[in-house]
Design a protein around this ligand. Structure first.
Ligand SMILES: Cc1cc2nc3c(=O)[nH]c(=O)nc-3n(C[C@H](O)[C@H](O)[C@H](O)COP(=O)(O)OP(=O)(O)OC[C@H]3O[C@@H](n4cnc5c(N)ncnc54)[C@H](O)[C@@H]3O)c2cc1C
Length: 295
């Protein structure tokens, strides 16, 4: 196989957010942040981009790690690798949809390098961490020369490979609120094979039930790889809320989800197949979220 060489670049290794921002201010359009490099270096090899200065975020300790905040939510540093998320007891116990996602991403070697922040900033429509984070109502912290701002993961994506992040801003952390009582979620990914493949369709579902664990009080359904950005399906969520969850209701909700998505036909699947699979996976994801609450 023909392997292209990387174009030449200068590599910078700052150890603080302030130093990384200073470097970006100096190199402007010629600079690019790099985390694990699993997306960026491929794009450079393909000559899609040719930054002359790569500003590594890897030496910045403040961007790494998984910790609970005072309110019981979790803060995940943007430079945390997918492998670290996979191994985290906090994620496994309380934020299972995210664990469902990293479990089926790439390969162990790639997961050791790839970061959650890089996955979000790359903003490809099939990015696996986006739907579960939207279903879990997560938000992001962006830091730039003018200070800090927070944005919901749902509002972060504006188009394929496009986000509200400005080129000089660093995504520093992902925050997921504390799970509510009687709530759970789930992420299911459809791929052509069981490893090292991008999503044909990804569906994340989150449900919160009443104290008796019968009636749905809140629902968030997020779809990946079926629109230019990950999307929520408010019509489906509205149908589920204030009703007792059963097969008939969920089947109807899934049918509506299949009609709400806006996929394209591409090398991985046709538009029609993707819509059918959204229906199938939405039914499975909602029923699995319900099972996780009631089991
Ligand atoms: C073989 C292979 C299999 C893959 N399989 C999957 C898969 O199954 N599912 C999936 O979703 N993805 C998959 N990917 C894509 C990729 O691994 C992920 O998107 C990865 O999480 C990107 O993270 P990174 O740290 O490598 O980002 P990088 O490549 O370092 O950066 C990606 C982009 O984000 C920017 N960036 C990174 N971090 C920050 C930050 N903190 N602040 C501001 N900007 C930042 C960079 O400037 C760059 O533009 C696969 C890739 C490969 C090579």
């Amino acid at each position: 196989m023909f392997i292209k060489r990387l174009p030449t670049f200068e590599y910078h290794a700052p150890v603080s957010i302030a130093a990384a921002l200073d470097l970006m201010a100096r190199y402007k359009n010629n600079g690019r942040f790099i985390a694990g490099g699993t997306d960026l270096l491929l794009a450079m090899k393909k000559r899609e981009i040719a930054p002359q200065h790569l500003i590594s975020l890897n030496g910045i300790a403040a961007l790494k790690g998984i910790s609970l905040d005072k309110k019981g939510g979790v803060k995940i540093g943007a430079l945390t690798t997918l492998a670290e998320i996979e191994r985290s007891d906090i994620i496994k116990k309380q934020f299972l949809p995210l664990r469902d996602a990293v479990d089926v991403m790439a390969s162990p070697q790639v997961r050791n390098l790839a970061t959650i922040g890089g996955n979000l900033c790359s903003a490809v429509p099939s990015a696996d961490t986006a739907p579960p984070l939207i279903a879990l109502n997560a938000s992001l912290t962006l830091v730039g020369p003018r200070g800090k701002r927070n944005v919901s993961v749902e509002a972060f994506f504006t188009g394929p490979k496009e986000t509200v992040r400005k080129a000089h801003e660093i995504l520093t952390a992902i925050m997921i609120p504390k799970p509510e009582p009687s709530s759970a979620g789930c992420y299911i990914k459809l791929m052509r094979r069981h490893a090292m493949d991008l999503a044909i369709v990804g569906v994340a579902a989150y449900l919160k039930l009443d104290a008796g664990k019968k009636v749905c009080k809140e629902a968030r359904i997020a779809l990946g790889a079926v629109a230019p950005t990950p999307i929520r399906v408010p019509e489906v969520e509205a149908l589920l809320v204030n009703k007792a969850i059963d097969e008939k209701l969920v089947t109807e909700a899934a049918r509506i989800a299949g009609m709400q998505c806006r996929p394209i036909s591409d090398i991985r699947a046709s538009l029609d197949y993707r819509c059918s699979m959204v229906e199938v996976l939405t039914r499975r994801a909602v029923m699995e979220a319900y099972r996780r609450i009631t089991a």
